[in-house]
Design a protein around this ligand. Sequence first.
Ligand code: AMP
Length: 476
Amino acid sequence: MMNIFCSMEDIVQHNCGIFGVIGNADAAKRTYLGLYALQHRGQESAGIVSTDGKNMYEYKGLGLVGDVFSDDKVLLKLLGDSAIGHNRYSTTGSTLFMNTQPFLIKFHAGQIAASHNGNIVNAQILRNEMEQNGSIFRTTTDSEVVLHLIAYSRRKTIPEMVSNAISKVKGAFSMLFLTSEYLIGVKDPNSFRPLVLGKKNNAWFLASESCAFDLLGVDFVRCLAPGELIILHRDNEPESFFPWGKRDKDKGSACIFEFIYFSRPDSYIFGESVEKVRREMGAQLAREHPADADIVIAVPDSSNTAALGFSQESGIPFELGLIRNHYIGRTFIQPTQHIREIGAKLKYSSVRGILKNKRVAIVDDSIVRGTTSKQLVQLIRDAGASEIHIRIASPPIVAPCYYGIDTPDKDQLIAANMSVEQIRDFIGADSLGYLSLDGLLSLKSLPKIGYCTACFGSPYPVKIDDKANKDKMGNG
Ligand code: AMP
């Protein structure tokens, strides 16, 4: 979901967590737990809309799932056997209650709620057109545009209106829609963001990642196909449609960063276990950039799995040299550079007994601005390490994402502005090695589907139409 019509500083992309269920007596509670499991995908706000087949009920708030739903009574008021939920990714300057999802609207065909993960790249153009025709928008998000398109559609049934509406938007969107009758899931034809289908007894579930199903004992059924629109009913079997026509899997552009960083290692997305792929990234990194080191350490928690892979492939023992304070949010998404700098120091501390006089290989999943790596090198040197070798389990990030991952502008991406040697010097490491793009794409465990690797310098798979996005890209 992206925030539009605000100052340029506020225009950011973000990932989110979405969850839906139809046909379970405890729908709101299940959704609450599902959102809990997806908390890593968004910490800014949480919300649930439920239905008992007649009325719809909503509750949303700013903050973590546990904080928003801290009062049990709230869940009891979310009646019904079907619900959708949403966790919103923290972003710079867009922490507004009005933008919390799911959005619930009343229109000529009834009520509909929507949860969105991704970023619609022609939202501003569509919004301008609709505003000129008299539409009044209640939020500053791209997601609301889809609801307006649904209301504009002259098709007969709500699923047809949804299909008609989403065929007009471009970009990255895994979306859930809830009406009194249906739970509808949609994945854009490029398949940027994950969306998985599950089942338990007679209830059907949709979630960004399968880790939400594991918590609930829901059986994983399958990943949605690129461009699939699935209609889940209370009593009938699911129906699938392909509004853009059926797509070849390998022509998609699934976000490879979901495997690198974003999804939880215990999840199964895009046809494979994240843990398996991430571990192989670490192993491939060890083959491409061996390190003369006594120990391998991870930057917990995001690089634990890749660091294990590096250690197994290299034979260098894996140690817990850094401890993470789990009560601090993700440092990357703090609003200013100053706070971000303090944040990284607050977040990690070093274990002297492990690091002292050791040649240390640190494996991290990615370098964005370089702030974290620079501070970690200092921290580890202060703990007495004799050498520090940084290994990154992804290629250099040289371009911003317009499809839902929160990356800064090019001028703040360290690899867009410095060579690997300059970065090594800047962060103060003894050596630095990045996984190559070819190495990443050739991993055996990586499903053979097409990937978006635009952040590593490949072409953007969907043209960016919005002026705001183009400005950010620097080719306004
Ligand atoms: P930086 O200090 O800007 O180089 O941040 C790098 C760290 O941020 C990496 O170690 C990742 O674990 C984490 N990271 C990478 N991409 C993202 C993202 N889109 N959102 C939040 N954290 C991220």
